[in-house]
Structures are given as structure tokens and as C-alpha cells.
Design a protein around this ligand. Structure first.
Ligand code: ACM
Length: 503
């Protein structure tokens, strides 16, 4: 590394505080004397041979240039010229997402086994810098980074959130803004709820009325809308550049009124339903014993699979109250074969645990311990306990947005729980990870999404990433308090919960 002109043996209180306040809390952090100070001569060097590393470094440097006004050039090279060195190393103990970050007075060395680890290391670096670094305009420094070594790997591979774009429709640009914040907290899955009774939100070329007719409505008569396949691909790529997999969900056999309104032949009585703008659940069902239904499912999953680099397709399966039990089970087992035929694995809400399914199918728990039986047969689980992580539940009885059927979910409730003891019969090794759903019956704008998601989703991101032994609410709430300035700098409309001593 090129030595800094003035080695800093002392560390500023602000830099030390930033290092103490990382979220998610790193697996290990060893502070060292001194700090690195970003200046007009700071340069980044990226190891040659991996285009993704260069892209990640450029994406890290661009907003930094805007806030600092420094040129911060990014060069390719293997001769350690530069103050920030990004390098891939053959260290399988770092896994697919882990990283090691060493900060000294001379510079910053970021190493990972895979590019995603470098990406997460750059998110940590953003949090080590002062909050104004997140501003879109030129700020006055100082740009101090406290010295030390951070070695960090996530606890769970699945750290997600779900956004319901069916009850209300959200444009691609709004979802991109949401993705930016998800990535900042090292979440890596965005499950999009692409269809429901109130709207169908993805273009399906072989059944075009799904989007053009089924997508024309939303709850309460709000504007509908849908993503063209090109727009969807753009969103998938945007997420992938931030190490987030988009997981598409099409609801079946229930929550299907938008499809039933678009095509008469999907209904048992061959009569198209009216579009629906209310919020009841459980009244719609695909016709289980009609050939058309399986042609529809096959076409939709084929087109969706082609748009999905992730290995999973989510088929819903919840609250099919208008589908007889035996028909439901037959249907789900048949749909699983269709998903497999298109080269994907299946995910369904916990109700699918009643069917006899492949152990590769993921069960998404949300309201009960119904998944425990499937776990005995080898299934693995995504945990989304509604009373803890449903982001559409109110923070307190006075919250204007949201619902309360699963209870009041304050910031502490969403943080102070432990996945491995949440469901009897579901152990750590049975859990692929967590997902916090955000249903949109009451949410209309991006500001509404942000208000319900943040700050709760930040704590859920920490549960997914950090070891349990590093987590306690009384300590966490102070770290979270310091993130208020970061969220404000990013323009995020978070809820300033009175449980948190915001700074
Ligand atoms: C659900 O909340 N119906 C999965």
C-alpha cells in the first residue's frame, strides 16, 4: 500500500462510534489504534481478472465521489498501489458472502472468497464512514475510518423481504429505491408477490390479458399496472448487481381472482369473474380439474422461469379456502412437477406442507407450526412468523397505516426473537433463513413502504446475518439510534419509534 502522508495513530471518536454501530453486527471485530482518512489523493485498486469486482468497486466509489468531491480513481492491478485494495482470495471459510476487512492508517484491504463478499465489505465500509457520505450532494468531511479488522460471514443464506405489488402496484423505480436500502443492510432476497385477487403484475406473453385486464385494478380502485418482461428483467438485473435475488410469486390455486377475471376458461363454470378491489381473502380458486388450468400454470411458470436467474419459483398456496382439501393437495403436487419441469425448485406458503412434496421444496412458515411435519420428511423452511416479522402490522395502535390481525409488532418485538427456537420441531439446520413480508392493502406510496419496513427490517436483517450471541435489544437499540442519520441522508421515510433513542 502507498503510505498516507500523515499516519494517524489516533482515532476520532466519530470513527470509533461508526465502527461500534455496524448493522448487521459483524461476526468478529478487533479494533486497532489509529484510523484511515480519505483524502483527495485516495485511490482504489481492484485485483485483475474479475469484471464483477471492478463493477462493485465503481458502484462503491461513485456515490463517495459525489459526497466527498474527491476523484477516488478505481484502477485494475495486482501491485497493491492504492489505499483501498479489493482482492479475491482462496479462503473457503469466508463462503459465498463473507469478507475480511483490514483498516490501518495506510489504507483498507478488503478480501473475500467470492465477489458477493467484496460487495458486503463495501456496504460495511459505507457504515464505517460518517453518515453524510450517503448524501447525494457535496459534503464537508472529515472522512475517517477507524482502524481494525472485521471478519464477517452471514448466519443464514436466505435473508429476505417480500413486497406485495398486487394489492397496490409499485413502479420499478420505487422498488429499485427499496432494493438500495435492502442491500445496505445485507439482505439478499426480494420476494415479489406478483399476483393476487386484486391485480396481476407481470406480463405473460402467452396469456396477455392477465396483465392488461387482470393488472388494471388495485385495492380501493387505486391505479393498477404491471411490469413488462423487459422492465422485470431490468429489475432482476438491478437487484443482482446488489447481490439480491428476485423471487417471483404467482398465487395459486387461491388469491387468483385477477386471473379468473382475465380468462373465462380458468373458472369451473367457464364464466369470467369481475375484477376485485376489496381486501377479503379466500374466495377465489382456479378450477382444479380442468386441463386449461394446467396449460395456464405451465405457460406462466415457463415464462417466469425464463425471467428468473434464481433457482426458485414461489407458487403461493396460502388461504385456498374455496378449494376442497383433496383437490388442493392434488393441485399442489401437480404444480410442483411443473415447476421442476421448468428447471426450478418450488416455494409455497406453509399450507403446502399438507401435500407430499420433494424435500427440495421450501416451506414458508407464517402463522403456525404446520411446517414441523414436513421438516420431519426432510423439508427446509423460510421463517416469516407474522407476529414478529409481518411489516404490515402496526407499530402501535395509533399507526395510521397497516393492519393488526397478527398483533401489534413494535420495533423491539420484531428484533427480540430467535429463529432456532421459534417453531417446535424446526431447528437451526432446518431453516434456510428469514423473510419479512410487507403486504400492501393499506400502502400506496414508496414513503408508505419505507415507513412500515424501516426500522423493523433493519433488525430482521441483523437476525439473518449476525450470530445470536452478538444480539441483545438493549445494546441494539443504541446502534439503531445512530442509523437515523444514515436513513435520513438516504432519504428513507422511517418510523421514528419511541423505543429507540434516536440521535
Ligand atoms: C399470508 O399472509 N396469507 C401468507
Amino acid at each position: 500500500m502507498t503510505p498516507a502522508t500523515t499516519p494517524n495513530v489516533n482515532v476520532s471518536a466519530a470513527a470509533l462510534k461508526n465502527q461500534n454501530n455496524l448493522i448487521p453486527r459483524p461476526q468478529s471485530r478487533v479494533p486497532a489504534p489509529g484510523m484511515f482518512v480519505l483524502t483527495a489523493t485516495t485511490a482504489l485498486q481492484v485485483q485483475t481478472g474479475n469484471a464483477e469486482l471492478k463493477r462493485i468497486a465503481d458502484a462503491f466509489a461513485a456515490p463517495l465521489r459525489r459526497a466527498t468531491g474527491f476523484p477516488l480513481p478505481v484502477s485494475l492491478g495486482d501491485d497493491a498501489r492504492g489505499n483501498f485494495l479489493f482482492t479475491l482470495v482462496d479462503d473457503p471459510t469466508l463462503g459465498d458472502e463473507g469478507y475480511e476487512l483490514r483498516v490501518t492508517a495506510d489504507g483498507v484491504a478488503l478480501r473475500a472468497h467470492k465477489p458477493a463478499g467484496i460487495f458486503y465489505g463495501t456496504q460495511t465500509l459505507r457504515q464505517l464512514l460518517p453518515a453524510p457520505v450517503e448524501q447525494a450532494t457535496l459534503q464537508t468531511g472529515a472522512w475517517d475510518i477507524a482502524a481494525g479488522t472485521i471478519r464477517d460471514v452471514p448466519r443464514f443464506v436466505w435473508r429476505g423481504t417480500m413486497l406485495d405489488i398486487a394489492r397496490h402496484f409499485f413502479k420499478v423505480q420505487d422498488v429499485k429505491r427499496y432494493i438500495d436500502v435492502l442491500a445496505y443492510y445485507k439482505l439478499n432476497r426480494l420476494h415479489l408477490h406478483l399476483s393476487d385477487d386484486q391485480g396481476w403484475r407481470i406480463e405473460i406473453k402467452s396469456w396477455d390479458r392477465l396483465a392488461t385486464h387482470g393488472g388494471s385494478t388495485a385495492v380501493g380502485g387505486a391505479p393498477g399496472g404491471y411490469y413488462t418482461q423487459d422492465e422485470y428483467r431490468d429489475l432482476v438485473n438491478y437487484a443482482a448487481e446488489r447481490c439480491i435475488q428476485i423471487i417471483p410469486e404467482i398465487e395459486m390455486p387461491g388469491h387468483s381472482n385477477a386471473a379468473l377475471a382475465s380468462y373465462a376458461e380458468l373458472n369451473a363454470d367457464e364464466t369470467a369473474r369481475s375484477v376485485y378491489t376489496g381486501t377479503d381473502v379466500g374466495f377465489s380458486s382456479l378450477a382444479i380439474d380442468q386441463a386449461n388450468t394446467y396449460q395456464f400454470v405451465d405457460d406462466v411458470i415457463r415464462e417466469l422461469a425464463a425471467l428468473t436467474p434464481a433457482p426458485y419459483i414461489h407458487i403461493g398456496g396460502d388461504e385456498a379456502h374455496s378449494t376442497p382439501d383433496d383437490a388442493y393437495i392434488r393441485f399442489i403436487e401437480r404444480v410442483e412437477k411443473i415447476v421442476h419441469a421448468h428447471g426450478k425448485q418450488m416455494i409455497g406458503w406453509e399450507e403446502i406442507a399438507r401435500a407430499n412434496l420433494s424435500p427440495t421444496t421450501l416451506m414458508q412458515q407464517w402463522k403456525s407450526d404446520a411446517v414441523a411435519d414436513a421438516v420431519k420428511r426432510g423439508a427446509r423452511v423460510i421463517l416469516s412468523p407474522a407476529s414478529k416479522v409481518y411489516l404490515d402490522m402496526k407499530y402501535d395502535p395509533s399507526t395510521k397505516l397497516g393492519l393488526d390481525w397478527a398483533g401489534i409488532v413494535d420495533v423491539k418485538t420484531s428484533y427480540a426473537w430467535e429463529p432456532s427456537t421459534e417453531i417446535a420441531g424446526v431447528a437451526e439446520s432446518d431453516i434456510v433463513g428469514l423473510e419479512a413480508p410487507l403486504w400492501s392493502e393499506t400502502l400506496v406510496t414508496r414513503a408508505d413502504i419505507e415507513y412500515m419496513a424501516f426500522p423493523r427490517l433493519i433488525g430482521i436483517a441483523e437476525i439473518g446475518w449476525s450470530p445470536e450471541k452478538n444480539r441483545a435489544w438493549d445494546e441494539y437499540k443504541n446502534r439503531l439510534a445512530s442509523h437515523g442519520a444514515r436513513l435520513r441522508a438516504m432519504g428513507v421515510n422511517y418510523f421514528a419509534s419511541p423505543q429507540v433513542p434516536w440521535e
